[in-house]
Design a protein around this ligand. Structure first.
Ligand SMILES: [Fe+2]
Ligand SMILES: [Fe+2]
Length: 296
């Protein structure tokens, strides 16, 4: 399993060691959440673009963003906890003189800091996250323990690419609460390096993958993106902000958000799947149906 030294990974290790981003220093935790106009950019909220959104009061719009961003932050932390479970498992197959071993340790340190930061940000905005469903929990816990490393790495990458799009949009929205913006900025910087490493790592698997494996990789990416998309479109949130007929709005929002998410968030992921020829007669119709992708 020992890999030859790779200068690109050595560089990543060096940056992580010499330029750590410490959430307690980087994020202005003292800033008051009550004076923030928004907690999430309006276009990322599940109802924006539907007629009901225009009927919400400013306070309801703000509350929708607060509940949804709490859900996003909590879910990132949850999925990073699972990723760490896998990184630890994989680490035990390497020797400490391996450069990937060194970078995985750095990733673990950063991911643990991120989880702490996400938990703190949820608390700061007084969020009440809705916990993952039984199925999410079941699959989420099985995969990092037993799935092949290439499949887990590709799943982690899929999640990281989506969180990165959110990170970019959140940090560039001046109307959003400063704590959420800085948390997103920090995460965006460090995840950029994780994505770079994971893509490089995966090339050794995807470059020689045949039709069957490319299909499986493509479907793993698709299912992880589906998980990310369904994170915060929740009936309970519509109940909390006092919408009448929450079930009806939930059904409308699910369809609406699927379209919006495909337009806003899938560019980099689609390019990645294309890079290993992951779209074929089996996967393409599924990507269309499950994620609403129109252009490949
Ligand atoms: Fe992270
Ligand atoms: Fe990461």
């Amino acid at each position: 399993m020992t890999k030859p030294l790779n200068p690109k990974i050595e560089r990543l290790v060096h940056i992580s060691r010499t330029k750590p981003l410490i959430p307690d220093e980087y994020v202005p935790w003292e800033d008051d959440p009550t004076s923030a106009p928004f907690f999430m950019p309006e276009k990322l909220t599940s109802l924006e673009g539907l007629p009901i959104y225009d009927q919400l009061t400013p306070e309801q719009k703000r509350e929708l963003g607060r509940h949804e961003v709490a859900q996003v932050m909590y879910s990132y932390g949850w999925s990073e906890g699972l990723a760490c479970l896998f990184f630890n498992r994989y680490l035990l197959t390497l020797t400490p003189d391996n450069i990937e071993y060194s970078y995985l340790i750095q990733m673990l340190i950063e991911e643990f800091r991120h989880q702490d930061m996400f938990a703190k940000s949820v608390k700061r905005i007084n969020g009440k996250p809705i916990l993952p469903s039984f199925l999410h929990n079941y699959i989420g816990n099985l995969a990092p323990r037993y799935m092949a490393p290439s499949l887990v790495f590709i799943s982690v990458l899929a999640v990281e690419m989506i969180t990165d799009i959110y990170g970019k949009m959140l940090r560039k929205s001046p109307e959003v609460y400063s704590v959420i913006r800085k948390v997103s900025e920090l995460h965006h910087i460090e995840e950029g390096r994780h994505i770079y490493f994971t893509k490089m790592f995966l090339e050794r698997y995807t470059a020689k993958a045949g039709f069957f494996k490319r299909t499986i990789y493509s479907l793993a990416v698709m299912l992880n993106v589906y998980f990310m998309r369904t994170l915060y479109v929740k009936k309970e949130i519509y109940e909390r902000i006092g919408l009448p007929n929450p079930e009806q709005h939930y059904q409308l929002a699910k369809k609406h958000f699927k379209v919006k998410f495909a337009e806003m968030c899938l560019g980099e992921t689609i390019e990645f799947v294309k890079s290993f020829n992951g779209f074929n007669i089996i996967t393409q119709p599924l990507w269309k149906k499950v994620l609403g992708v129109k252009k490949f």
